[in-house]
Design a protein around this ligand. Structure first.
Ligand SMILES: Cc1cc2nc3c(=O)[nH]c(=O)nc-3n(C[C@H](O)[C@H](O)[C@H](O)COP(=O)(O)OP(=O)(O)OC[C@H]3O[C@@H](n4cnc5c(N)ncnc54)[C@H](O)[C@@H]3O)c2cc1C
Length: 401
């Protein structure tokens, strides 16, 4: 595979880069915290909505989607260049849940009526989605979930509790996984629903993260009535639909561009910081560790390209093993990079919001939040089980992955 960009691709990269560089000059302090916190907290959320509008106007928001659903069928290479640019500059705007997960799921499983009704608002950036899967006693073992959706005429009556719902407090909609057949205790009794948060019987309560930020939520359903026209795919077939949605969640091609940016910051830091009279770059251990992290980042980038390619040729379905490999590698590499940065910065590496905080405290933020990323979207232990089973061809262990 030749990774060199053509002249046209270079021009595209420059166009995206110029745009994001300029726009990020207007970003408020909240946005500059980066990650989910930067995207969804305080003034960061206002900036996210403004950016979303601009991306829609430019025709970039869902450019990889088929034309009939509001995209322009952008070729894979163009989408990869876009993903890398937006991630590299740390720009917010894209609703990963609507654009990245539920949209592609709808394309595969929704009726024509549902596609017309639900895909266009996502494509126009008019709605924010969240993902309603986990429960207090159903995380890794998601198929055992207990939120009930019991049929009553044309409606389903939903009762139950969801937990760790990222951006639930900003969302207009949720894609919900609930039990429609109480007699089945596992995957065979589940269905997927589109839920509008303005409907009665839904309560969102905050869960504060260890650094005090509000990104996660509990969502309670009490006799919430959902019309049957909101069920996506056949009744009780929600588990196989959700497995496809999971793979869209785990592909995450922009992660390695973000890691590149962080490594560039660290390179700048070691070039300009002295310890015991010597620059950090002169320390052989620092050089070796950085060289290794850099090589891993390049390897990860190649993996991400493979996932994107499989996604394209597989008509949106692709190997779960490749998606899991990408998720494990990108999150754990981010953790290794943050660990390394905080280590070489010494005690001041733990500072935030202080003039003494190296790199404006950016690395301590990543150091704290990456732990959540290693657990969410299916913990890395579960991803390794999937790789062993689907990727390596080992016999499956019941109830794992
Ligand atoms: C930051 C964050 C954001 C999240 N966002 C969302 C969201 O938006 N929507 C949503 O629905 N959920 C969300 N989640 C929930 C997430 O999907 C679950 O936390 C995750 O699946 C793990 O489930 P659990 O927390 O119940 O842990 P458990 O399943 O109880 O696991 C506890 C530990 O045991 C390990 N373990 C469990 N089973 C096995 C096994 N079979 N083999 C080996 N090890 C195992 C796990 O790896 C983990 O280390 C989020 C979680 C986090 C941390």
């Amino acid at each position: 595979m030749d990774y060199k960009l053509t002249d046209e691709e270079m021009a595209l990269k420059k166009m995206y880069g110029d745009f994001f560089k300029e726009e990020m000059k207007k970003a408020p302090a909240d946005t500059l915290k980066g990650g989910l916190e930067g995207t969804y907290s305080g003034e960061g959320w206002e900036f996210t909505k403004t950016m979303r509008k601009k991306l829609v106007e430019k025709g970039w928001y869902v450019q990889h989607w088929p034309t009939e659903y509001g995209g322009r069928d952008a070729p894979l290479n163009e989408q990869m260049i876009f993903n890398e640019s937006i991630a590299y500059y740390g720009a917010p705007g894209i609703d990963g849940f609507g654009v990245g997960m539920f949209g592609p799921t709808l394309m595969l499983y929704a009726t024509e009526e549902q596609k017309k009704r639900l895909l266009l608002p996502i494509a126009k950036g008019e709605v924010q989605y969240c993902q309603g899967w986990s429960e207090p006693n159903a995380g890794s073992d998601l198929a055992s979930l207990k939120t009930m959706a019991i049929k009553d005429g044309e409606y389903y009556v939903v009762n139950g509790q969801k937990i760790w719902i990222t951006v639930g407090h900003r969302a207009d909609h949720m894609f919900l996984l609930a039990r429609t057949n109480p007699a089945e205790k596992r995957g065979r009794g589940l269905s997927v629903f589109n839920v509008d948060f303005s409907w009665p019987g839904i309560e969102v309560r905050p869960i504060k993260y260890m650094n005090g930020s509000h990104i996660y939520n509990e969502v309670f359903f009490t006799d919430c009535r959902i019309h049957e026209s909101e069920r996506i795919g056949p009744e009780n077939q929600g588990w196989s639909i959700t497995r496809d949605t999971m793979n869209f969640e785990r592909s995450g091609a922009g992660a390695f561009a973000r890691i590149r940016k962080e490594l560039e910051h660290i390179l700048e830091y070691v070039k300009t910081t002295k310890r015991n009279g010597k620059f950090l770059w002169e320390d052989p251990l620092v050089r070796q560790k950085l060289g290794r992290l850099y090589a891993e980042m390049e390897a990860g980038r190649a993996m991400a390209y493979k996932v994107a390619w499989l996604q394209r040729v597989g008509n949106l379905r692709f190997s779960p093993a490749a998606a899991s490999e990408g998720k494990v590698f990108s999150t754990e590499l981010t953790q290794r990079v943050a660990d390394f940065a905080v280590e070489i910065m010494g005690l001041s590496g733990n500072l935030e919001g202080s003039e003494w905080a190296p790199l404006n405290g950016a690395m301590i933020g990543t150091y704290q939040t990456i732990i959540g990323s290693i657990i969410c979207a299916g913990s890395n232990e579960i991803q390794r089980n999937i790789i062993a089973w689907v990727g390596c061809g080992l016999p499956r262990l019941k109830g794992q992955g």
